[in-house]
Design a protein around this ligand. Structure first.
Ligand code: DGY
Length: 319
């Protein structure tokens, strides 16, 4: 059987797949269009996809006679039309759990750098502007005792919450569902059923929910205007959850205090007004970029393909 890995990933996963199947590896970006992906869907029994690959209804339709599984190399699978996959009997898998800690680390790093303005301070120092300790320079938010609002207290949201709790932050959260009382108690977390109510009280906001029709532009002009003007926003989930133009405007108007972004609305494009926005840290979608996470992601994706092509059901199927 034939498996396509749409672009190079960790060797361990490729070797695992090669010990079972004939494996082709695409070039970076080669399968970021519907057309090339549709052709591949006609020819391969399984495709290991990246989050940049648009696995649309048309792609899945093209694969209906051959393709058995799309194994997404990510925990998020908003790039896949899961309704079409389900209708056509094509399985979809993702990579849950194995990038929880690595992504929470990047969220913490973005929170720290924006709250304490370390990027701005470092740039100024490299610019030769450091002329000794300054009483009024780079005054930021002290995390200890500050309030953080978390949108989506799922796996990654909770891992982030545990980290910020040890920094002494007070945790607030908003989501579709309230979490189990024991976890809420352990985190000393306050649930808000109305997002705007939470936004009024936060010094920092961190986004950890999936991108769906309901969460698209969940944070826009109105929401940003409700946040206190010193508050910072962190997004390590998916770019389109935030209206990027509204965010850029809020940063330039100083109606919010900063932003730490690992994801963008139209990756790999970056909104030009974010590039020169004050106190803004921009990372190239590196949440899961650790050796441990990437090897585990490869292993989960490869195992899902091996299981489906051998007629068994892997645990990480979303369809
Ligand atoms: C994911 O897994 O969804 C991340 O965005 C990339 O690792």
């Amino acid at each position: 059987m034939r498996v396509l890995v749409t672009e190079p990933i960790v060797d361990s996963a490729i070797k695992k797949l090669e010990s079972h199947f004939e494996v082709s590896i695409g070039k970076r970006g080669e399968f970021d269009q519907e057309q090339t992906l549709s052709k591949a869907a006609e020819e391969f029994d399984a495709i290991l996809t990246m989050l940049s690959n648009p696995v649309t209804g048309n792609v899945l339709e093209a694969g209906k006679n051959k393709l058995k599984i799309v194994a997404n190399y990510a925990v998020g699978y908003n790039n896949i039309d899961t309704a079409a996959a389900s209708r056509l009997g094509i399985h979809v898998s993702n990579t849950p759990d194995v990038l929880t800690e690595s992504t929470a680390e990047i969220a913490l790093s973005l929170l720290l750098s924006t709250a304490r303005k370390t990027r701005e301070a470092e740039i100024s120092l490299r610019d030769g502007q450091f002329n000794g300790w300054e009483p009024n320079g780079f005054i930021g938010i002290e995390l200890h005792g500050a309030a953080v609002g978390i949108i989506g207290l799922g796996r990654i949201g909770q891992a982030f919450a545990k980290r910020v709790k040890t920094c002494g932050m007070n945790i607030h959260y908003y989501g579709r569902n309230r979490i189990e009382p024991e976890i809420e108690k352990e985190l000393n977390a306050t649930f808000h059923s109305v997002l705007d109510d939470m936004l009024q009280v936060v010094d920092a906001l961190s986004i950890h929910c999936p991108l769906t029709d309901e969460t698209h532009h969940l944070i826009g002009k109105n929401e940003l205007s409700i946040m206190p003007s010193h508050a910072v926003l962190v997004n390590t989930a998916r770019g389109p959850i935030v209206d990027e133009s509204a965010l850029a405007e809020a940063l330039h108007d100083a109606s919010i205090g900063g932003a730490g972004l690992d994801v963008f609305e139209n990756e790999p494009e970056i909104h030009p007004r974010l590039l020169d926005a004050p106190n803004t840290v921009l990372l190239p979608h590196i949440g899961s970029a650790t050796e441990k996470s990437r090897n585990a992601m490869g292993s989960l994706a490869a195992d899902a393909i091996i299981s489906i092509l051998n007629g068994t059901r892997p645990p990480n199927l979303v369809v």
